[in-house]
Design a protein around this ligand. Structure first.
Ligand SMILES: Nc1ncnc2c1ncn2[C@@H]1O[C@H](COP(=O)(O)OP(=O)(O)OP(=O)(O)O)[C@@H](O)[C@H]1O
Length: 425
């Protein structure tokens, strides 16, 4: 590794973002991302790349607003545009760190979209990489979970870059100190109520070799990428059809790891979930499919039909996902929902409904709505239609997949997204 942090970050940015006209920098105000901001600024200036910075105020600590403003002044000093993105919520329940991370990614992704930035750079370091590996190990992760963070990753429709994964946190702090550049110390980084902080303390107390751990994480990431590519190759012949996915039955003859990836990928393609189902449940489903049967997991029906395996949303699960109308956003409070145009609704994490008139409500079609209709003309299995959206307009119920109407129903994911899921997980 190059000894000079600036040279190393510049080389990584060349490798990861050399082809981009503009780059976003996510700056919390902590030492790592403050160093990233200065180094990216230096890199961009020499290459004529436009860079902009953003800080998320999670509204979880009273000082956060002042810290975000402080980052803003620092960016101004570098002549860089800076935005403060505020997470609007009314208190957060459950895993606060996780909810904050998701909200942050969503806010940053929207900001990048608004500012025409195709990628955002993050300040994760070698220390973060080692900590992540140990945390995942502690949770009993398999090969998948064990790989560390990738230097470049596609999510929320843009690229997330981590050009500092080869650098130690202390080296960055030394670099900043030598230049008289200040940073903010977030007190939650010292709060051992958080698993990450406990892992960090254990690394220091046991004097664990951070660089070797980070290297292992990188090796595992490489192995995982190779598996992902093998799964993509095995998925040849996959078809997406209006919210339903068909895989060739022969995928059941693939090696267990590849087969598992394909099944988990298909489940996620339907549910839009961030986390995979439990390993034992997936194993059970795979055994059911191998026997030519039908199983349900995570609100998804998987069944063998002739030479294909069909994955479709379980109608009852679609109905449970609730109703949505224009101007209202489904999902628990505080959860980020991508911006929508008027008359548009994202429903069941699978469909984009467009052209909805005022007062329209979207829900799952269900069996009752299909009764008495010529559902066969949709060319989909009955269950797939029952879990498709229905639009209630006063007394009328429109099935966009069946009835000609000005309401459009566009599946959020096609085959391309299935392959992207296989590559990402
Ligand atoms: N509030 C925030 N606003 C903008 N970006 C953030 C924010 N929090 C984290 N990030 C981005 O995510 C990266 C990793 O987050 P993490 O929580 O590990 O960092 P941190 O300890 O808050 O700060 P730093 O990494 O800058 O020292 C940061 O380096 C930064 O790029």
């Amino acid at each position: 590794m190059a000894a000079e942090p600036q040279a190393e970050v510049s080389a990584e940015l060349d490798r990861l973002a050399g082809d981009l006209p503009a780059l976003g920098i996510a700056v919390s105000g902590g030492s790592d991302s403050v160093a990233l901001l200065h180094m990216a600024h230096e890199w961009a200036r020499a290459r004529g790349v436009r860079i902009e910075a953003a800080t998320v105020d999670h509204r979880l600590r009273p000082e956060a607003a002042a810290e975000a403003a402080w980052v803003g002044r620092m960016a101004e000093g570098l002549d860089l545009p800076h935005a403060i993105l505020t997470w609007q919520h009314e208190g957060v329940e459950g895993n606060v760190m996780d909810a904050a991370r998701r909200a942050r990614m969503g806010l940053l992704a929207d900001w990048a979209g608004d500012r025409s930035l195709a990628a955002i750079a993050l300040g994760h370091t070698q220390d973060d990489q080692a900590e992540t590996l140990l945390m995942r190990l502690g949770r009993g992760a398999g090969l998948d979970g064990l790989s560390g963070m990738a230097a470049s990753r596609e999510q929320h429709g843009l690229r997330w870059l981590r050009p500092m994964l080869g650098l130690r946190r202390q080296a960055l702090r030394d670099w900043l100190t030598a230049r008289g550049i200040d940073w903010v110390d977030d007190p939650s980084n010292e709060d051992d109520a958080y698993g990450r902080v406990r892992v960090r303390q254990a690394i220091a107390a046991l004097d664990l070799p951070v660089e070797a751990l980070a290297r292992s994480a990188a090796n595992l990431a490489e192995a995982r990428a190779a598996l992902a590519e093998a799964a993509v190759a095995a998925a040849r012949g996959a078809e997406a059809d209006r919210g339903m996915l068909r895989l060739p039955r022969r995928v059941l003859a693939a090696s267990p790891e590849i087969r598992r990836r394909l099944v988990v990928g298909a489940l996620r393609w339907i549910t839009g979930a961030d986390y995979p189902p439990r390993g034992a449940d997936v194993a059970r489903l795979m055994a059911t499919l191998a026997a030519g049967g039908q199983g349900t997991l995570d609100g998804v029906i998987a069944r063998v039909r002739g030479e294909t395996i069909e994955f479709l949303r379980e109608p009852a699960a679609a109905a449970r996902s609730g109703t949505a109308g224009p101007g209202r956003c489904p999902g628990p409070r505080g959860i980020w929902v991508r911006k929508k145009r008027p008359g548009e609704v994202l429903w069941d994490r699978r469909w984009r409904l467009t052209g909805l008139p005022e007062g329209a409500v979207v829900t799952a079609a269900g069996e009752a709505v299909l009764a008495g209709r010529d559902w066969r003309k949709a060319g989909l299995p009955r269950a797939a239609l029952a879990s498709s959206p229905a639009v209630i307009l006063g007394e009328r119920v429109i099935l966009p997949l069946l009835d000609p109407s000005p309401v459009g129903a566009v599946p959020l994911r096609g085959v391309y997204e299935f392959l992207a899921i296989l590559r990402a997980h």
